[in-house]
Design a protein around this ligand. Structure first.
Ligand code: FAD
Length: 508
């Protein structure tokens, strides 16, 4: 029995929402995974009379496809969609049965109008929290457009096929690499040439407040502004920001536990309650102060005008900047242990960085991989002592301090790391399959150039009202010189910047 009592109870409620019959075409062999998959399918079929089962031969074994009666939808699960993919299975069953997917009509129309054959395959790990969003987006596209198919492939069940996949989700389109990492349905559509262009923004009236960035800081700033009844816009490369890459969140006070993607979805939902003109999947590339306000130019060429601007473009993983890092990105060089750790099961890896995130990553990885080497540049680890104690208690972790990483080596993928012992000046090479870079964050502010004052780390300098040195331009969150980078702090500073901008509007 693969499903425990609680999950079965929940599942039973969901299956009652099916609107028609669904045919599962099952391709099984004699192996253990096939046996477990058949067990799952049997449980599903006994729980709902809407679920029919037919045995067949599919491209991969073990796998099963989810179809309407008499019409293949193109959705296939290769391996067993449990773990984080269980929701993807439930949604596929409901949507194929006839339940309308939860998406804006504009997005549904874009999917239906996509021309050409699109056959997607996504490699996932069942512990990856970013993967379900991609799987569910592509499954929804398959349900809505008969020329789109999608297979989710669990890398752990198809080890040989997935041996070169070192970051998940890894998406292929018509047999060729398409994208890696978290993507929303809007981003996928935009990559397929179905996104908005400059002409879609040409007629916009000037905003009172234009927020640049859609993470916790930007969302909070936009909601605070919209609640004042002023004309509010938000431009974001991806709504949610870093939270989308976060697994468990336990320190957002009043919410005991949640997960990053859920938190990000809640941010978006809360924003929808208010009149905010959200321009998702758009990158700001230039800011200019004019006599009558501020202009923000987007990468698609559109120019937006606003009386005030709140910069909340957050931060991204800092690169180590040694030879091999860029070359082997997603081919052994990784940044997200929660997502990509399982792909290194039984292998040797290194973590570069001995701060809290590096040591947490090493502890996490030690439970999956064969051996972890932590390389710290300084003479000692920087992580909290409770984390260090836990790390030192693990039998398969080695800590090397005073280690200056000089190269990540490999051929098609990573095969080792070279470092210099800063004390003895001797060079060392360790053979391993993966390198997790955990050396902090860098603010997303390069695009501002000299338009706004920044400190030597590139962080925007703000005062206690969130104001920058440019009148009418405010900033909030991880892109600023705030000493602490946390969700709750970003949200607070987003609110501060928004109230600061409102004050500015009242006075000018
Ligand atoms: P971000 O979340 O970085 O959002 C920035 C936004 O700006 C994004 O929407 C981005 O797409 C957009 N953007 C960037 N450049 C542009 C541009 N040029 N044009 C348009 N849009 C742009 N904090 C906690 O409190 N608890 C935790 O448990 C926790 N865990 C974490 C785990 C991980 C793996 C990481 C990476 C961070 C974690 N944090 C945690 C930190 C927390 O996520 C950040 O402090 C918070 O997300 C910062 O919010 P922000 O809005 O300032 O920036």
């Amino acid at each position: 029995m693969l499903l425990d009592k609680d999950i079965k109870e929940q599942l039973a409620q969901y299956l009652q929402m099916m609107e028609g019959d669904v045919l599962l075409k099952v391709s099984a062999g004699e192996d253990k995974v096939s046996g477990d998959m058949l067990g799952l399918i049997d449980e599903l079929a006994t729980m709902s009379s809407n679920i029919k089962v037919e045995h067949t031969q599919l491209k991969r074994t073990p796998s099963f496809s989810v179809n309407r009666i008499g019409e293949d939808t193109g959705i296939t699960f290769a391996g067993i969609p449990l773990g984080h993919e269980f929701t993807s299975l439930v949604l596929a069953l409901l949507q194929v049965s006839g339940r309308a997917p939860k998406a804006e009509q504009k997005v549904i129309d874009q999917i239906k109008n996509l021309e050409g054959e699109h056959h997607f395959e996504t490699y996932v790990s069942l512990s990856c929290t970013k993967c379900p969003e991609v799987v569910q987006a592509l499954n929804m596209m398959s349900v809505l457009n008969p020329h789109i198919t999608h297979s989710m492939i669990d890398g752990a069940a198809f080890k040989e096929e997935a041996k070169d996949i070192m970051a998940v989700p890894s998406i292929f389109l018509n047999g060729k690499p398409f994208a890696d990492g978290l993507m929303s349905v809007e981003q996928i559509l935009s990559m397929l040439g179905s996104g908005p262009d400059a002409s879609d923004f040409a007629d916009k009236d000037p905003f009172d407040v234009l927020v640049v960035g859609g993470g916790p800081a930007g969302s909070s700033a936009a909601i605070y502004a919209a609640r004042k009844g002023i004309r509010t816009g938000m431009v974001a490369d991806r709504i949610g920001g870093q939270v989308l890459d976060t697994a468990g969140i336990e320190n957002f006070i009043s919410v005991k536990y949640t997960e990053g993607p859920k938190f990000a979805a809640n941010l978006e939902e809360h924003g929808k309650v208010y009149d905010i003109d959200v321009m998702n999947l758009q990158n700001a590339k230039h800011l200019e102060k004019k006599d009558d306000g501020i202009e923000i130019e987007l990468e698609n060429g559109a120019v937006l005008k606003s009386k005030t601007v709140i910069l909340s473009t957050g931060a991204r993983w800092r690169n180590i900047g040694v030879p091999g890092e860029a070359e082997f990105k997603n081919k052994g060089v990784a940044y997200c242990p929660h997502c990509d750790g399982p792909l290194f099961e039984g292998k040797d890896v290194a973590v570069i960085g001995g701060g809290n995130s590096g040591v947490e990553a090493a502890i996490d990885l030690a439970g999956i991989v064969q051996h972890v080497t932590v390389l710290e540049f300084s003479p000692e680890l920087k992580a909290d002592s409770v984390l260090q104690d836990r790390l030192h208690s693990l039998p398969n972790v080695t800590v090397v301090t005073n280690a200056q990483t000089t190269e990540i080596t490999g051929t098609n993928s990573v095969n080792g790391i070279t470092y210099i012992d800063r004390e003895t000046k001797s060079e060392h090479h360790i053979e391993l399959a993966g390198v997790f870079v955990q050396i902090g964050l860098v603010p997303n502010t390069e695009w501002l150039g000299d338009a706004v004052e920044r400190n030597k780390f590139g962080e925007i300098i703000t005062d206690e009202r969130g104001a920058t040195n440019v009148p009418g331009v405010f900033a909030a969150g991880d892109c600023t010189n705030s000493p602490y980078k946390q969700i709750i702090i970003s949200m607070g500073s987003g609110a501060t910047a928004s109230l600061g901008a409102f004050d500015y509007l009242v006075r000018h």
